[in-house]
Design a protein around this ligand. Structure first.
Ligand code: FES
Length: 106
């Protein structure tokens, strides 16, 4: 299934991410900058902050308490559909999911 990663500049890339892989690792596998993933997906760094397109955000399980707390400490302000990309696990349902990489400079 495909993921469309959009940079804060508006530049975007569409890549294949295998089912079962999270979107932080998917970005790393394709050399997509801006999703850092310092903690390796342990929900303790929040450098993998992304904003999910609303139509797809509705398909995701709600963030658990830990993710929600981390989202309150991201470098870029939290938005309605902010998520940690290490917690979004690719599935066939999510084919074409569009996510915007949060901009820590904002
Ligand atoms: Fe650290 Fe997602 S990679 S919280």
């Amino acid at each position: 299934p495909r993921v469309i990663y959009t940079h804060p500049t508006g530049e975007h890339r569409e890549v294949e991410v295998p089912v079962g892989q999270n979107l932080m690792l998917g970005a790393a596998a394709h050399g997509i900058e801006g999703i850092v993933g310092d903690c390796g997906g342990a929900m303790s760094c929040a450098t993998c902050h992304v904003i999910v397109d609303a139509a797809f955000a509705a398909l995701l399980p709600a963030p658990d308490d830990t993710e929600s707390q981390m989202l309150d400490f991201t470098a870029a302000p939290r938005e309605a559909n902010s998520r940690l990309s290490c917690q979004i696990v690719m599935s066939d349902r999510l084919d074409g999911i569009a996510i915007r990489i949060a901009d820590p400079q904002v």
